[in-house]
Design a protein around this ligand. Sequence first.
Ligand code: KG4
Ligand code: ZN
Length: 353
Amino acid sequence: MRVLGIETTCDETAAAVVRLRPDGRGEILADEVMSQIAAHAAFGGVVPEIAARAHVEILDSLIGRALAHAGLAAEALDGVAAAAGPGLIGGVLVGLMAGKGLALATGKPFVAVNHLEAHALTARLGDAVAFPYLVLLASGGHTQILAVKGVGDYDRLGATIDDAIGEAFDKTAKLLGLSYPGGPAVEAAARDGDPARFALPRPLIGKPNADFSLSGLKTAVRVAAAAAAPLKPRDVADLCASFQAAIVDVVEDRVRMGLKLFRDRLGLAPRAVVIAGGVAANAALRGALARFCAEAGLPMAAPPPKLCTDNGAMIAWAGIERLRLGLTDRLDAPARPRWPLDPKGARALNNKA
Ligand code: KG4
Ligand code: ZN
């Protein structure tokens, strides 16, 4: 089974072809990602209209390149998958319509993929991660801890009540004059910094739930930065290291609580702990969670950093996971700016969760 995946929900235009191997894992035959970072950098964040136009300009040729690298004609595909949300609606429409068009023209099955589900399932592309598992999904727009019971079957254990973790990285970077996107910039600056210099809060640590709250931490960074101004490179490095250390402590505590909730609700331990989403590319976080999981006696799986940030392979893989269960979508599948994975999320008002 070979599936094309199309991703246009935010500021990466991506197209990839993934093959389902006989052993049940995926093989990436082509993986094209075109970042729009340069187009948005001057604004310090993603400008939706600029993003949508940039997707329109590049997507056709990117799909062509992905098929060429995979050595396939579109007719040789077994399905077409496109992210149908959640995300910036202009961009989502571009990828969704392209995917539907290709599926219609070639007569192949179409899968409208939930971008969050794609993040949550990506660990299974490269590793034999069995259900049920616990996933920490941390991206620029979402932060949640879920029990993944199967494809399309999620139980929300916790979520952020204000900012997403990636958003906190991005806002901290902006405040400190670092480049966009903030995550990699903060991580790089933190490498030379002293994580103990600034005593920043660890919001919600110890609370008997698996929720996150990060806006207070962001404010604390702002106050500490103002007190240390004018900031020299050493101050910026120390602030980044202190911020990242706070995030790592919070994540570890919240995952610990998530594991407890998982056991309480499902009556069994997860088969693995998975981290996913752009923030999962962070080496300090990966290292801390790997140590935590080793101590807890649980396997940890994290996709390679390139598959943590937005990409087409994760959409193709989610398409494969659905297609092999016979789950396809009609060509009138809607583009969805909001698309919670779980029933509880569908009722929640906070669209960042
Ligand atoms: O999953 P993703 O690529 O896009 C969304 O679906 O949002 O996640 C992007 C987020 C951004 O906030 C970015 O700053 C963050 O992931 N990020 C990181 C790192 N790389 C990307 N955060 C911390 N450390 C990183 N190395
Ligand atoms: Zn994402």
